[in-house]
Design a protein around this ligand. Sequence first.
Ligand code: PHE
Length: 369
Amino acid sequence: MTTKTISVTQTLAQLGVTRPTQASPLFAALRREFDRDAEAAREEAGWKAFRDAWLGRKSGVLAQITENWLKPAPPELKRAVGQALNELRPHVEAVVEARRAAIEAGAEQAAAARERVDLSLPGVERPIGSRHLIRQTFEEIERIFLALGYTVVEGPEIETPYYNFEALNIPEHHPARDTMDTFYLHLPPGITPRLLRTHTSPVQVHAMEAQKPPVRIIVPGKVYRRDNPDATHSFMFHQVEGLAVDTDITFCEFKGTVEYLVTQFFGPTVKTRLRPSYFPFTEPSAEVDASCHVCGGSGCRTCKFSGWIELFGAGMVDPAVYGFVNYDAKRLSGFAFGLGVDRFAMLKYGINDIQLFFQNDVRFLRQFP
Ligand code: PHE
């Protein structure tokens, strides 16, 4: 850009300028050259070189004119050259400044265009999740029992064998231990063994240790068993434990409470049936069945054509359990139950694979907003 056709490094004499009248066309040509340069200086970087080429303190064109043309000029030329230079200088300064301002304004405009916010664009939609069906089912069961005056209590998922088994009247080598394939923690020898609770029943023991009767609690939580995953098994699933202990709790209250739960959860027309069963920590023990809510009891695939569906285990608290928590077995009575939340949800909502609860496929989850 700054290849000057007019050499400012030479003196006027060397350029062949000897008379005052020759100064004006020389400066006019110089000015045209400057204007061409100015035209080309459209970006910030080019502008700096342009400014330095013309206004640089040592080697700028104007400085060189002063140095090489004006200072050594003979007296007869000095006046004309000085005047022409004084006319050129403000032009150069004004144009350099004007180019700077134009470049700056252009850059600002470009930046503004880049950063412009289009208020008409639709916003980024952040989907809001909903509570998982298992969570919803927990809450539905809690709601039913809170209305009966029960309290919700939680307990640890890592337990000692004492709470998971012994205090529930399941001594070592009792066959009931085998039915609950247990995850044990790998711990150094000499430390009390720990396991992942296989049911929520150990919280019965914690609760009775922590409070005097009467007790009316439900215990929601996760439980773990060494089952291979399939449509009805998972190594982790969910239970709600119930426990009521007071001075005069009868089998009748037990049955009434269980029936209330079933009708509240599955619907008012569903019937309840108790079948004799066995648990080491209840006596008598029962399996609670419900009449099939799908066929109404006439028999279908859901109830395997029996008209009944097995719901959960329950029973009157075995007096042996009271012994472990220093409750007076002669004065007190009560009942307990432990239900599978996953199973409850599957039956109510017609879900045929427990694994769906754990895969977190939104196509499944969205069906239960
Ligand atoms: N804890 C038992 C189980 O998980 C269920 C149960 C709880 C049965 C309370 C009776 C009383 O299989």
